[in-house]
Design a protein around this ligand. Structure first.
Ligand SMILES: [Zn+2]
Length: 341
C-alpha cells in the first residue's frame, strides 16, 4: 500500500508505466507565490458562422477549394500538409549523418459546422459523429500500404498553437511508427507477454479499487488523472474492455466514449471558467499489419493551464534538460475535477 501522506508532502519521482520514464513531483512547492507570466484570456464569444474562417461550411480555402455545406462533420486533406505522399523514398547514411524519407498525409477533421462551438458545447450524439469520422479515417488511412501509424489529435486554444478557433482536430498518418508509440508499444508488449493481460486493464483495475485519481466513469470508459501525469490537469480516457484500436468499439462503447469526452471537456471549461485549452490525442496500435494484441488504446489530454485561465505551466529549464516536473499532485488535481462535476 502507498503511504498517501508521503506522496502529498515530499518530493519524489513517479514512474510512467506506458513509456518507462520518470517524472518529478514537488507537492511542497504549491505554496509559493506566482509572479510569472499571465496569458491573455481570449474572448470566448464567437459567431456561429465566420465568413473569414476557412473551416466554416461553404467557405473557400487557401487552395481555392470550397468546403461543402456540411451539416455535422467534414474531413479534408490539409492544404499545407506536413507530410507528403507523392515523393520518392530514400535513405541517407553519410558517416554519422542519418536521414530517411517520411511519407504520409495530414487530414483536417471539422467537428461541427457551428464556428462558435467546441467539443465541450456538443451533446453526446454530436460527439459520436466525430468518433464515427475518426473510425472511418482510421480504417481508410490504416489500410493503405504506405501508412503504418495513424495519429488522431486536437490542439485547442491559441495557447496550444491552434490558429483557428473553429472546432476541429487533425490526423497525421505516416509511413513509420513515431517515438511515443514505439515506447508505449514496447512496454505494453512486455507486460502482455508476462501477464497475459493488457497493462491498462490491470492499471484501471487498480485505479478503480482506489478511486483517488478517478475523475469519471461510465459503463464502458474510465476518465482518470494518471499516477505519472506531467501536466497539472492531464487526464486519460481508457476503455474498460481491452481493444487495440478505435475500430473495435461496439455501438454501445462508442456512445460511452462520446459521453466520456463530453463530460471531460465540459468539466475542463468549468475549472477556470474559460474555454479550456489542451492538446489531446489517441494512442492506438500501428497499422503495419503486425500482431498488436497487447495494445490497449487510450486518449490523453495535456492541458497547459496551472492555476487560472491566464497562468500556464512552462516546460523549461530543468524539464528541458533533465525530466518533467509538477507541483500539484495528480490526486489533488483529480479531486478538483471531481468536485466540479
Ligand atoms: Zn468557422
Amino acid at each position: 500500500m502507498i503511504q498517501k501522506d508521503i506522496l502529498q508532502n515530499q518530493s519524489h519521482k513517479r514512474f510512467n508505466i506506458l513509456t518507462g520514464e520518470w517524472i518529478l513531483v514537488s507537492p511542497h512547492r504549491t505554496k509559493r507565490p506566482w509572479q510569472g507570466q499571465q496569458e491573455k484570456q481570449a474572448g470566448d464569444k464567437r459567431p456561429s458562422y465566420d465568413e473569414s474562417c476557412y473551416l466554416c461550411p461553404g467557405n473557400e480555402r487557401a487552395s481555392g477549394d470550397s468546403n461543402p455545406q456540411y451539416t455535422d462533420t467534414y474531413a479534408f486533406t490539409n492544404d499545407f500538409a506536413a507530410l507528403q505522399s507523392k515523393s520518392d523514398p530514400f535513405i541517407i547514411n553519410d558517416g554519422l549523418l542519418r536521414a530517411e524519407s517520411e511519407l504520409g498525409t495530414c487530414r483536417v477533421i471539422c467537428f461541427s459546422p457551428d464556428h462558435s462551438k467546441s467539443l465541450a458545447h456538443m451533446d453526446t450524439s454530436g460527439i459520436e459523429n466525430v468518433v464515427s469520422l475518426w473510425q472511418e479515417e482510421f480504417r481508410q488511412l490504416g489500410s493503405r500500404e504506405d501508412i503504418r501509424y495513424v495519429q488522431i489529435f486536437e490542439n485547442k486554444g491559441a495557447v496550444m498553437g491552434c490558429s483557428n478557433p473553429h472546432p476541429h482536430g487533425q490526423i497525421w498518418a505516416q509511413s513509420s511508427i513515431p517515438n511515443e508509440v514505439i515506447k508505449k508499444d514496447k512496454r505494453q508488449k512486455d507486460y502482455y507477454e508476462n501477464n497475459q493481460k493488457s497493462l491498462l486493464s490491470d492499471y484501471i483495475h487498480q485505479e478503480l479499487s482506489n478511486k483517488e485519481r478517478l475523475v469519471y466513469e461510465n459503463g464502458h470508459f474510465v476518465v482518470l488523472i494518471p499516477f505519472w501525469a506531467v501536466w497539472p490537469f492531464e487526464t486519460m480516457i481508457i476503455p474498460k474492455r481491452q481493444q487495440a484500436h478505435i475500430g473495435q468499439l461496439s455501438a454501445e462503447e462508442k456512445t460511452g466514449f462520446a459521453d466520456a469526452i463530453r463530460f471531460l471537456t465540459a468539466t475542463y471549461d468549468k475549472l477556470f471558467d474559460c474555454s479550456f485549452p489542451y492538446s489531446s490525442g489517441i494512442h492506438q496500435a500501428p497499422t503495419d499489419g503486425k500482431d498488436y494484441d497487447h495494445w490497449h488504446w487510450h486518449m490523453s489530454f495535456y492541458p497547459p493551464l496551472l492555476r487560472s485561465a491566464t497562468v500556464k505551466k512552462f516546460m523549461v529549464g530543468y524539464e528541458m534538460f533533465a525530466m518533467p516536473q509538477r507541483d500539484i499532485t495528480a490526486e489533488s488535481a483529480a479531486q478538483r475535477l471531481r468536485e466540479l462535476a
